[in-house]
Design a protein around this ligand. Structure first.
Ligand code: GTP
Ligand code: MG
Length: 241
């Protein structure tokens, strides 16, 4: 059965080490196509939430449901194949650009790869490289700029066609023109997928269906941008401070 992308957290508690709870009583509900954002100070637990959805770590108590199914009952490989993590520390390997976009989707055709690169706004820089899609990358993709690596990350996710997208925004800055390309590519990629956004730029979260403000592992405020601004609490402070 194809997964649709409903994610529910029910009273989730989690700690990496015994005795120290990093997430406390997290409750949330995401529907297919919705964009849920997490904001909050460094160390608040934003990345940890996404580690749990992927089952990189197992929760201590509570439940996480994927389309109503406890994720502990879903095979880890199957679960992860429905999810893509974009932007943060994109892992590139020594090989062509084409192979780096194809990644786990070994059956992806050249046409699918080019289509994904176009959606991601990566096609333009790729076709201007001397060897285009056949350009060899070094292990870290160090022969590409930070922004170009992020565009490849979006292209790779587009080929993977995941049900769930996790956008962990890189802290490093890119130029305004590239930033615009990234934002456009991400917007197209998010369409119809459940997206969890960890954003450092508050402009990225503004149009989210729900914004969760995390502090010390707890959701202290939730709502859309307007609701949270009217609340004049922590989110308001982050936007105006
Ligand atoms: P930023 O990415 O800096 O904005 O923070 P974040 O909100 O993503 O915080 P994160 O979820 O990474 O960390 C929450 C807490 O868990 C912090 O106190 C971290 O020190 C701790 N933590 C994160 N990853 C690990 C880990 O792999 N092992 C252990 N023991 N602690 C971790
Ligand atoms: Mg983080």
């Amino acid at each position: 059965i194809p997964l649709r992308g409903y994610i529910t957290f029910k009273d989730v508690n989690f700690g990496y080490d015994e005795g120290k709870r990093v997430l406390k009583n997290i409750n949330l509900y995401a529907k297919p196509g919705q964009k849920i954002a997490f904001v909050g100070s460094t160390g608040a637990g934003k990345t940890t939430v996404t580690n749990l959805i992927n089952r990189f770590y197992e929760i201590n108590d509570g439940t996480i449901l994927f389309d109503g199914i406890d994720i502990r009952r879903i095979n880890k490989h199957d679960l992860r194949s429905t999810m893509s993590i974009v932007l943060q520390d994109v892992h590139l390997f020594e090989g062509t650009i084409k192979d780096n976009i194809r990644y786990g989707r070994l059956d992806a055709t050249d046409e699918e790869i080019i289509e994904a690169a176009k959606l991601a706004n990566a096609h333009y820089f790729i076709k201007n490289l001397p060897n285009g899609y056949d350009t060899m990358l070094t292990a870290d993709g160090m022969n590409l700029s930070q922004g170009e690596r992020q565009l490849l990350s979006i292209a790779r996710a587009a080929v993977a066609d995941p049900t769930i997208l996790i956008l962990d925004e890189a802290t490093s800055s890119v130029d305004t023109r590239t930033e615009k390309l990234i934002v456009e590519g991400m917007d197209k990629l998010m369409e119809g997928r459940t997206t969890f956004v960890i954003a450092h730029r508050l402009s990225t979260v503004r149009d989210s269906d729900a914004i969760m403000v995390l502090e010390h592992g707890e959701i202290i405020e939730r709502g859309d941008h307007e609701e949270l601004m009217n609340l004049k609490g922590r989110y308001y402070e982050l936007n105006t401070g």
